[in-house]
Design a protein around this ligand. Structure first.
Ligand code: FE
Length: 344
């Protein structure tokens, strides 16, 4: 009896394996499809993918992979069903480049839509949205005139008044990497020491948790990506946090506010490369750019695409247009600096 049960179980799992391989082979030969591994949440990208299918007839299948996407692509190798990845942060994009899971893509449309500082020179990845990392400051305890640059956040007047999330988080790493790129390692380290001296508490929580801390009076200012302002203002439980702060875009008399990106690339072993390129082009074009930026309160990468009304209300600003490749290159140095300085 036990033997028969075991045999049955083996048959079932065999069928599952065969079924799986059939469906994978099925997608591999279908030319009207494209498969995406996405770090970006389904609610955000589904509307754009639906519009893409409507326009091209190409079905876009998405696997939401919040963790281990690159490891998965490496493991699957040439058997991977994925044609394209969608992810956030220059750090994650760079990890994909270094893992060798992407292939270069050239396209006149992509080159025309996306400024050169927001794409890989050989076409391994393209930015699709931009996010500004700016100062969130208490309306009660900080005046806009008290603020100026990222560099000035180390002024002793902010002692015990700044909250940040973990220094090892990719958003903070990218910000420090941009300071390394602009000022060199020694100056960047000096800045990190100054920042540490001004912290109100040990880094903890995410970007929104810092704003909550400002609301609660634990600190007077923090650094956060602008789209979280939109997310908090549209979240009943977080409106009060958002309303206790104002956004300040630093370095407006100089290089501009630090920007990070979300982006996409075609996988090394894409079986449907042509469709993946079509999807990339679609995502870089007016309709998707507008939808993308509106869904998540981000900034379009394509110049001239209108911002969402709420984002517009935070005002026009000067954005740092440093090449994102330079930011990516300085990430390891930034991580080392935060380590040396001892900011958790
Ligand atoms: Fe985020």
């Amino acid at each position: 009896m036990a033997g028969r049960q075991l045999a049955n179980r083996m048959l079932v799992s065999l069928a599952a394996i065969v079924g799986l391989s059939i469906s994978v082979a099925g997608t591999a030969v279908a030319d009207g499809e494209v498969n995406i591994y996405s770090y970006r949440q389904p609610f955000l990208i589904k509307p754009m993918l639906n519009a893409f299918t409507q326009q091209t007839g190409i079905k876009a299948n998405v696997v939401f992979a919040p963790k281990g996407m690159i490891e998965r692509l490496k493991r699957e190798g040439r058997n991977s069903p994925a044609d394209m990845i969608l992810t956030v942060d220059i750090g994650r994009i760079n990890d994909a480049v270094e893992a060798g899971v992407l292939q270069p893509v050239t396209s006149k449309k992509l080159a025309a839509n996306i400024p050169s500082h927001d794409r890989d020179p050989s076409g391994l990845w393209y930015a699709l949205t931009r996010r500004a990392r700016v100062v969130y400051a208490s309306r009660e305890r900080v005046k806009p005139g008290d603020l100026s640059t990222y560099e000035a956040l180390v002024d002793p007047k902010w002692k015990g008044r700044i909250c940040i999330r973990s220094s090892q988080h990719s958003y903070n790493v990218a910000l420090l990497a941009s300071l390394v790129a602009h000022h060199g390692e020694a100056k960047a380290e000096e800045w990190a020491r100054g920042l540490k001296a001004n912290l109100a508490r040990k880094p903890q929580g995410n970007d929104r948790a810092q704003v909550k801390a400002v609301f609660a009076g634990e600190c007077d200012l923090t650094l956060g990506n602008t789209y979280y302002m939109g997310k908090m203002l549209t979240n009943e439980k977080q409106i009060a946090w958002a309303e206790s702060v104002f956004l300040f875009f630093p370095n407006q008399d100089g290089r501009g506010a630090h920007m990070n990106i979300s982006g996409a690339g075609v996988t090394r072993h894409a079986a449907r490369k042509e469709n993946a390129v079509k999807l990339l082009e679609f995502l870089s074009d007016d309709l998707a750019q507008k939808m993308y930026a509106e869904q998540n309160f981000e900034y379009p990468v394509k110049p001239g695409v209108p911002w969402s009304g709420l984002v517009e209300s935070w005002g026009k600003f000067k954005a740092d247009s440093i090449d994102m490749i330079k930011v990516a290159k300085n990430r390891p140095t930034a991580i080392r600096i935060f380590d040396r300085v001892g900011i958790p």
